[in-house]
Design a protein around this ligand. Structure first.
Ligand code: TAP
Length: 453
């Protein structure tokens, strides 16, 4: 059996050995989930809701444990990791409200009565990347379970520890065996089998656009339901009429949070020419005071990158770009990389076009609002973006004009579990979170009952 050695990315010290599931093991997990589906779908809505609320309570009791596990496995700062564990709890709690409110409709038709039902799909396969192991798992499994589906969940090979623990906590909370099964292993084996196994009726994939396209092609064979959350190259547009101090103070967090390993990272900064020099001076101060340190310390704003290979990939972009200034990072063991600001020679430079997924910010200037929107939209991606301005008309105009699923005005926050999240263009397909996520884990059935005159 293949075993993955899990490293702490801040120290490079091995912290666990996790067996990789082979294809027979994946098939057994899917079969178990298919069997559990028959009884889980039949659990009365109020009881399903109660079990999910209990699951949220158990997650709450273990928030601190889960957070420290993520610090060790993914190098997330403890502040972020606490938020992430709390987010899984909140998302489970939020969708615990859904089973009792999974309404159909009564539609007026001639000759009878017409009603619709929301029925669960069956087994749902959730494939999770390494950058946000806990929240992204929860965004898939919580609404899926609420709708009456069962879930097989594949964490990334590099970061399986919190998902495996959440699987144990689900059982402790009273979810029946087979309702939520965590299946660690390789994407090419476990993830691929979710795509090809006919009992898996929907795949929820979060990861790179390249792998996502392959999964979409694979799902086509069985016309399988699919949600894709893919990459991003998001623009932060700072207008001359913005509160510059606020915009400069917020920019580092918008791109360097989670070491830039964030599909919503505002990795393209567009600054209006008339304030460019002033803004860059303020940005330099903000970047240099951004604290990159032991992720377990309360003051850390950024930890290491996830792996040595990933650090090499990020470094290659920086070596090819024009570095304007950098922050600092610890020396010694750990996959550290300093926050780095690049001024690309043109908007066709690689660092300005490709998702780097590291702490690298590329800054360009623009003259007019139209030009800012044109540059922001000149990308295959469309996940998120920010607009900094004090002019409400401009804020609304630009928010509507940028082709992205999530825009923030005078803020970089993109994720709230109450609101829909997802991408335009090659950033994805479908939406997660928000009030409609449960519907994406159902088939809508229409029933017509003929009535006699
Ligand atoms: P990927 O390499 O695409 O991996 C994502 C997941 O897919 C991992 O669990 C991976 O498994 C699995 N996988 C790999 N090959 C597969 C295959 N052929 N069939 C099925 N599953 C397969 O991405 P990553 O490097 O982990 O994550 C970074 C990317 O995710 C970035 O592009 C980022 O923008 C994107 N991302 C998007 C979002 C949203 S919400 N849009 C959120 C976070 C991240 P193993 O790695 O374990 O082999």
């Amino acid at each position: 059996m293949t075993v993955s050695t899990i490293l702490n990315p801040a120290t490079e010290v091995p912290i666990a050995e996790i067996p990789a599931t082979d294809e027979a093991g994946v098939d057994a997990a899917i079969q178990k989930a298919a069997t559990a589906f028959e009884s889980w779908r039949a659990v009365a809505p109020g009881d399903r809701a109660r079990i999910m609320r209990r699951f949220a309570a158990v997650l709450d009791d273990h928030q601190e444990e889960l957070a420290w596990l993520e610090v060790a496995n993914a190098g997330h700062t403890i502040g972020n990791a606490r938020w992430e564990a709390g987010n899984v709890r909140d998302v489970v709690e939020y969708y615990a409200g859904a089973p009792e409110r999974l309404f159909g409709r009564q539609i007026p038709v001639p000759g009878g009565v017409d009603i619709t039902f929301r029925e669960p799909l069956g087994v749902v396969g959730v494939i999770v990347p390494w950058n946000f192991p806990m929240p992204i798992a929860g965004w898939g499994f919580a609404p899926a379970l609420a709708a009456g589906n069962t879930v097989v969940l594949k964490p990334a090979e590099l970061t399986p520890l919190t998902a495996l623990r959440i699987g144990e906590l689900a059982l402790e909370a009273g979810l029946p065996e087979g309702v939520l099964t965590v299946v660690p292993g390789k994407g090419s084996v476990v993830g691929q089998r979710f795509v090809t196994h006919p009992a898996v009726r929907k795949v929820v994939f979060t990861g790179s656009t390249e792998v996502g396209k392959g999964i979409m092609r694979g799902c086509a064979d069985q016309v399988k339901n699919l949600t894709l959350e893919l990459g991003g190259k998001n623009a932060n547009i700072v207008f001359a009429d913005a509160d510059l101090e606020k915009a400069a103070a917020a920019a580092p967090g918008g791109v360097f949070d989670n070491s830039g390993q964030d599909c919503c990272s505002r990795s393209r900064l567009l600054v209006q020419s008339s304030i460019y020099d002033d803004f860059m001076a303020q940005l330099e101060d903000a970047v240099q005071s951004f604290t990159v340190a032991d992720p377990g310390s309360d003051s850390a704003e950024m930890g290491p990158l996830i792996s040595s290979d990933h650090r090499d990939a990020v470094a290659a972009y920086v070596a090819a770009g024009e570095v304007a200034f950098t922050g600092s990072a610890p020396d010694g063991p750990g996959f550290w990389f300093p926050p780095t600001v690049i001024t690309p020679s043109s908007i066709s430079a690689r660092d300005f076009r490709e998702e780097i997924f590291g702490p690298v910010l590329s800054v360009v200037r623009f003259e007019t609002e139209e030009e800012a929107v044109r540059i922001a939209n000149d990308t295959a991606y469309g996940l998120s973006g920010s607009v900094f301005t004090e002019n409400l008309d401009r804020a609304m105009r630009v928010s509507r004009a940028v082709e992205a699923g999530n825009i923030s005005v005078n803020s970089h926050a993109s994720v709230r579990y109450w609101t829909p999240f997802g991408g335009y263009k090659q950033s994805g397909l479908g939406r997660e979170l928000g009030p409609d996520a449960v519907a994406a884990f159902t088939e809508e059935k229409n029933v017509f009952l003929a009535t006699s005159e």
